[in-house]
Design a protein around this ligand. Structure first.
Ligand code: SF4
Length: 445
């Protein structure tokens, strides 16, 4: 049977889709690119914002027409939205065959078998650590880059930031065994992968058993994992996302600086530069501590670039709080930032806070930070001009297929003219000749 998988949301969802595609391919299913060609449609959904849920619900709603034409079609929803409101979805959409939560993905083949035999709606939610068994299967998705792969190293989160629904929909934090992750990486590299991205809602908490207290100095199982991965021959680059700032102790920072395969780009979620708002968000660090971590990372890796997540208009955010965030942006000098206007998420403490900020103010604050980000990235990218950068080749550029693109270790996109022997997944040297706020342009050397 042919399966079409549509993924919404984060890299962890992309990885889950890839893992279930791998599981289903092992069972004889084929993964197809067109929904019209499929016997089974699976929507892997996101619940982080209500808008993401609405988008997925709209899409599944449209599928009702297709099901009328093809009554044998099986339609299912997996992922965070299934976990969050799965039973309601089954009630509201009789053409939906199943919902499967984030902790039960390993049971998907059984679910499909059962629905094929007995066309009854099925709900499989809850679950726990067993889902780890599904985290090692890989499948080359039609639009994926062959030489890059995601490896999920932790699942879930124990931190309960007051605006975030992830702990409810992804469950408690669990980590895989270090040997398990390393052997998965070895297999991927043997198959041609050259860059791996380690994933986890709280990736640097890997191996800490879900303890939310920052680890003492000298303790970082995540650093130990990086050391082991760095030994894999033919692996060029290691990236990771998303680390909670408090887990960057000296051991981890020094390890990052000492391993040549670990890329000098750190995604360091700030959320707010105001201690008062950080406290309301239940983030366990202060602006000062965050800056101290950023400074130490810069000392360990002088060319490091930072990206971040910021929420503007969190309940109770005053002009003063917002200015503190703006100041932090200037001090850290981010190269990229995902700036979100706060939107209440049902089921989280922040949604119940009474001092919500008007939408107009959120818009204004958002624009101010976007402008700051653009100026900072432009200024920083100018410093790359005339330098020679090592670039991992990704292939033809999306805008102009005659030119190729790749990325520096610092996560900068570089556009260049390929030579006849330029190959995807290889490292090349590019002399940067000009830059914009988003892109570097150069020539092969
Ligand atoms: S650490 Fe990240 S995933 Fe966990 S609750 Fe906070 S924002 Fe959500």
């Amino acid at each position: 049977m042919k399966v079409f998988i549509k993924t919404y949301g984060c890299q962890m969802n992309e990885r889950d889709s890839e893992a279930i595609a791998g599981m289903l391919a092992e069972q004889g299913y084929s993964i197809v690119e067109q929904e019209n060609a499929a016997d089974i449609l699976i929507f892997n959904t996101c619940s982080v914002r209500e808008q993401a849920e609405r988008k997925a619900v709209g899409k599944v709603g449209i599928m009702k027409k297709l099901k009328k034409k093809k009554p044998a079609l099986i339609i299912g929803i997996m992922g965070c939205m299934a976990q969050n409101i799965g039973d309601k979805l089954l009630r509201d959409m009789p053409h939906l065959d199943f919902v499967i939560g984030t902790g039960q993905l390993h049971k998907l083949p059984e679910v499909l078998n059962s629905i094929s035999e007995d066309r009854k709606q099925l709900s499989l939610l809850g679950g726990g650590g067993e889902v780890l068994t599904s985290m090692g299967t890989h499948h080359q998705m039609p639009d994926a880059k062959k030489y890059q792969a995601y490896i999920a190293v932790t699942r879930g989160c124990n931190r309960f930031c007051s605006y975030c629904i992830v702990p409810q929909v992804r469950g408690r934090e669990i980590s895989r065994e270090i040997d398990d992750v390393v052997s998965e990486a070895r297999e991927l590299v043997a198959g041609g992968v050259r860059e791996i991205m380690l994933l986890g809602q709280n990736v640097a908490a890997f191996g800490l058993g879900g303890d939310t207290r920052p680890p003492p100095d000298g303790v970082s199982p995540f650093a130990c994992l990086l050391v082991e991965l760095n030994k894999i021959e033919e692996l060029y680059r290691i990236r990771f996302v998303s680390p909670y700032p408090s887990y960057f102790n000296d051991k981890l920072i020094n390890t990052l600086g000492s391993l040549h395969k670990v890329c000098h780009h750190v995604h360091l979620p700030l959320q707010s530069g105001s201690d008062c708002i950080l406290k309301k968000m239940n983030r366990q660090y202060t602006a000062e501590k965050y800056l101290e971590i950023a400074d130490k990372l810069r000392k360990a890796m002088p060319d490091v670039t930072f990206s971040t997540d910021i929420i503007v208009g969190f309940p109770g955010e005053t002009d003063e709080d917002f200015n503190a965030t703006h100041e932090m942006m200037k001090k850290v000098g981010y190269d990229n930032a995902f700036i979100f206007k706060y939107s209440p998420r049902t089921g989280t403490p922040a949604a119940e806070m009474t001092d919500q900020v008007p939408q107009k103010i959120k818009e204004e604050r958002n624009q101010i930070l976007l402008k700051e980000l653009g100026e900072c990235a432009l200024a920083h990218n100018k410093t790359y001009v005339n330098s020679i950068q090592e670039v991992l080749v990704e292939g033809p550029s999306r805008r102009n297929a005659k030119r190729w693109s790749g990325k520096t270790g610092t996560f900068k996109v570089v556009i260049f003219d390929p030579a006849p022997d330029t190959e995807q997944g290889k490292l090349v040297k590019v002399k940067i000749t000009r830059s914009t706020s988003a892109t570097l342009f150069g020539e092969l050397t």
